[in-house]
Design a protein around this ligand. Structure first.
Ligand code: ATP
Length: 477
């Protein structure tokens, strides 16, 4: 599986999906750039989410709030005081770790060695220390279990300290302390503080939702696993406002709906599971993660949380502005309860790549052969079709261009005339292009072309006049 993950990462780089940020300067830790195909794939994932959430639900609307917000927002939300990771440094190697992660790794090691009882006991101790924010206990656990630094091999640890994950910067040119602003660590607060603006101007009636896609920033202590844990990333979040008392019904509905959204892309279904939270944040009355079985194990891709009226109440208190809704059906004013669905776009991107990537063995008894292929859902594929003239002469390129020009306003297409046709097919397989359209000499006679399908590698002869309808059938939503 380590091998598989390495292949996915190098494939993503080789074909222009994801590059390390600032690569010619040796990169910037946990920051990545999306290349020419990555940007397309990312946009298609966003479109799939936006259509499913905003376009298909008459009672959900989308906004785009600013990354910078009033600093008091992060006081009200609890991020200034509570959005911390416990961190510890090794004095010899000067390497920084997340204390809880070091212990988690030890638990995994115990499990691998068959020391189940020891693993369970350690897990319980860890949960207990984290629940109580007991930094001293974390340090004690690290010492007691002889956890050493992977670089220096020593256990010369500092104390455990809380490390706030928010990035801050100065706004304006003032030298005083009051102008410090944060880069938002989640998009949700931009929705909460606009709750009444949207409700009033959009004449929304409860239950209704507000959705948003946007960047978020977290100063993660450790960067691991490619685009799984980044310092700059994107979230797709939706807050659904409901009448108090109905929240669990809506929670269950969204829990089901969101998993269906993932499964509608036709991935290997066994790679998805729910992980219900047993320990809940103090403001939540239900929470679940949708987990995907990455090459490094099941990990959260999306969270669905029943957040009660915690956020709106906090903002009402801190801003001094009423954030209530008058519900004509029950003739009552109240602060709505909120169900939140929160998915990381980059994690969804990684899930999509892991699902799609295959090194397919095409060997026959006569000949060894294989291909790299991305079995992307056609609606997500960066390039919808490739158009090839069989040769560079006899008017074939002109005919191919004609077809391309007629379709390129509606579909993202690629034109290629270099290399043998087989080689061109393989290149498109590797980037997930669902079909290749080849123009040959017969095309000039009877206006037909060959279509070659990515997954089955089968070919068929079709009329040029039918191409638009065929493409729509394959790549349409
Ligand atoms: P984790 O426990 O993995 O750090 P989290 O519980 O802090 O995640 P949330 O705060 O619930 O995550 O954020 C919602 C979603 O945002 C996550 O499900 C994940 O997909 C995404 N996300 C969170 N942190 C990162 C990150 N550093 N890089 C990329 N995506 C992230």
């Amino acid at each position: 599986n380590d091998e598989l993950f390495k292949n996915v990462i190098s494939h993503a780089k080789e074909y222009g999906f994801v590059f390390p940020s600032s690569e010619i300067y040796d990169g910037l830790s946990a920051v990545y750039d999306y290349g020419q195909l990555g940007a397309e794939l990312k946009n298609n994932i966003k479109t799939y989410w936006w259509k499913a959430m905003v376009q298909l639900n008459e009672n959900i609307v989308g906004i785009d709030s600013a990354i910078f917000m009033h600093p008091k927002i992060w006081k009200a939300s609890g991020h200034v005081d509570g959005f911390n990771d416990p961190m510890i440094d090794n004095k010899d190697s000067k390497k920084r770790y997340r204390a809880d992660q070091l212990i988690e790794d030890k638990i995994t090691r115990y499990q691998k060695d068959g020391k189940t009882e020891k693993a369970n006991k350690l897990q319980a101790d860890l949960d207990n220390a984290l629940n109580k924010d007991d930094l001293g206990s974390l340090k004690a656990i690290i010492e007691e279990h002889n956890i050493v630094c992977s670089i220096s091999g020593t256990k010369n640890w500092t104390e455990v300290r809380q490390f706030n994950l928010m990035f801050s910067t100065q706004m304006g040119a003032m030298a005083e302390g009051s102008d410090e602003v944060y880069l938002r660590p989640e998009t949700a607060q931009g929705i909460f503080v606009n709750f009444l603006n949207v409700q009033k101007t959009g004449r929304m009636k409860i239950p209704f939702g507000i959705a948003q896609i946007g960047k978020a920033f977290r100063n993660e202590v450790i960067a691991r696993q490619f685009i799984m844990r980044m310092r700059e990333f994107e979230q797709m979040e939706m807050q659904f406002f409901v009448r108090p008392g109905t929240e669990l019904e809506w929670y269950n509905k969204w829990k089901e709906t969101r998993l269906k959204w993932h499964l509608a892309l036709k991935p290997d279904q066994s790679k998805y599971r729910y992980h219900d939270h047993v320990k809940l944040a103090h403001y939540a009355n239900a929470a679940v993660d949708i987990e995907y079985d990455f090459p490094f194990g099941f990990k959260e891709v999306e969270g669905i949380h029943s957040r009660t009226d915690f956020d709106l109440s906090q903002h009402q208190q801190f801003s001094g502005k009423k954030l209530q809704y008058f519900d004509p059906e029950v003739n009552q004013n109240y602060i709505p309860y909120v169900i939140e669905t929160s998915i990381g776009l980059d994690r969804m991107f990684l899930t999509t790549l892991c699902n799609a990537y295959e090194e397919e063995d095409l060997s026959t008894p006569e000949k060894a052969d294989s291909r790299s292929v991305l079995h992307l859902h056609p609606a997500l594929a960066p390039i919808k079709a490739a158009i090839f003239p069989l040769t560079k002469k006899d008017g074939l390129p002109e005919k191919a261009r004609e077809i391309m020009d007629a379709l390129k306003m509606d579909y993202n297409l690629i034109y290629e005339e270099k290399d043998a046709i087989g080689k061109r097919y393989r290149r498109q397989d590797a980037i997930g292009t669902p079909i290749c359209i080849t123009v040959d000499h017969q095309s000039l006679q009877d206006n037909t072309v060959t279509i070659r399908h990515r997954d089955s590698m089968e070919q068929e002869r079709v009329a040029i006049a039918d191409l638009e309808r065929i493409l729509e059938g394959i790549v349409g939503w």
